[in-house]
Design a protein around this ligand. Structure first.
Ligand SMILES: Cc1ncc(COP(=O)(O)O)c(C=O)c1O
Length: 312
């Protein structure tokens, strides 16, 4: 009911990324363009949603209720999926009512919004948080923040299949490791599960340490019966989630001009800059081949338009 019967899973192109600091270090990067898969349900969100939608179907739910901030890529994708596939969606939002480009889209897609305030939103991990919402919306299936948890991770295993199917197009028989941005760590956990140790996964943290990415990844791997291994988390938050600074913006600007690839400052921009820092510190061996996942999120960038005046 929630998903079209066949061929719903979009295919992301795998392309070479040519930048001077990569060629100077003789490091090759292929970028998996999840930003291109769908005009609305872009990035890792489709993949993180799919197992949640299947679970909703199995329990006979009619729609989905979930949480996020006023620029949330996850709520944006969920609301767009609800509109496209015809199921109702409810969003519980952090903070007090405000208008952002994302919020306007959520409303246009027909998502019912509730603003929880900051303290109300912080209570989302407490036992009993969902009870009143489940009482109010008994026919809706609850999806955790960011489409996380083991179902979210399992949906991301498809990324490995898509990369494996396209390596030969680049003339690659194999690659050394994955590199991607982490917010909850769900996408990274999905790749770690799919790889089962075959290729290490490097996660550039878009959030500071106290956001609990490490325990969340560990919990997903434990629930799946896997060892807590095969990945490394790297601090890339540059002082906090959604904090941007001149060096980051200049780096994004230059990378976009050199490669034509659109980045956003919260996740993909920070992840690529963290890779550059590591390459320039001599910590990535010459000859290394990496797959960098472009996790999308360009819709959220509209909230940062003032910073992007130069390049838009
Ligand atoms: C654009 C973008 N990239 C990366 C991530 C991080 O994904 P995850 O929460 O699975 O670590 C997010 C947040 O979900 C995101 O919106």
């Amino acid at each position: 009911m929630f998903l079209p019967p066949t061929d719903w899973l979009p295919q992301a192109p795998l392309e070479r990324l040519d930048l001077d600091w990569l060629s100077a270090a003789r490091v090759e990067v292929a970028i998996l363009r999840l930003d291109l898969i769908d005009p609305l349900i872009s990035g890792n969100k489709w993949f993180k949603l799919v197992e949640h939608l299947k679970a909703a179907d199995r329990t006979g739910a009619e729609g989905i209720i979930s949480l996020g901030g006023a620029h949330s890529n996850h709520l944006h994708a969920l609301a767009a999926a609800g509109k496209r596939l015809g199921f109702p969606t409810v969003g519980l939002l952090r903070g007090h009512a405000q208008e952002t480009p994302t919020v306007r889209d959520l409303q246009a897609f027909g998502m019912q919004l509730h603003w929880l305030g900051y303290a109300g939103y912080r209570a989302r991990h407490e036992p009993g948080f969902w009870e009143p919402w489940q009482a109010r919306y008994p026919t809706l299936h609850a999806v955790p923040e960011g489409g996380g948890g083991l179902p979210g991770a399992l949906g991301c295993a498809a990324l490995k299949v898509q990369v494996d199917a396209q390596l030969a197009n680049l003339g690659w028989s194999d690659f050394h490791a994955w590199w991607l941005a982490c917010g909850t760590g769900t996408t990274l956990a999905g790749l770690v599960l799919a790889e089962a140790g075959a290729h290490p996964v490097f996660g550039a943290l878009a959030v500071p340490d106290d956001h609990g990415v490490a325990p969340q990844v560990e919990a997903i791997l434990r629930e799946a019966g896997m060892a807590d291994a095969g990945y490394e988390l790297i601090d890339a938050s540059r002082g906090g989630f959604a904090k941007v600074d001149a060096r980051l913006l200049e780096f994004i600007d230059r990378s976009e001009q050199a490669s034509g690839l659109a980045l956003e400052p919260l996740y993909t921009g920070k992840a690529l800059l963290a890779l550059k820092n590591r390459v320039e510190a001599g910590r990535v061996a010459s000859g290394t081949r990496l797959v960098f996942v472009h996790t999308g999120g360009l819709q959220g960038r509209r909230g940062f338009n003032t910073h992007f005046k130069k390049i838009e």
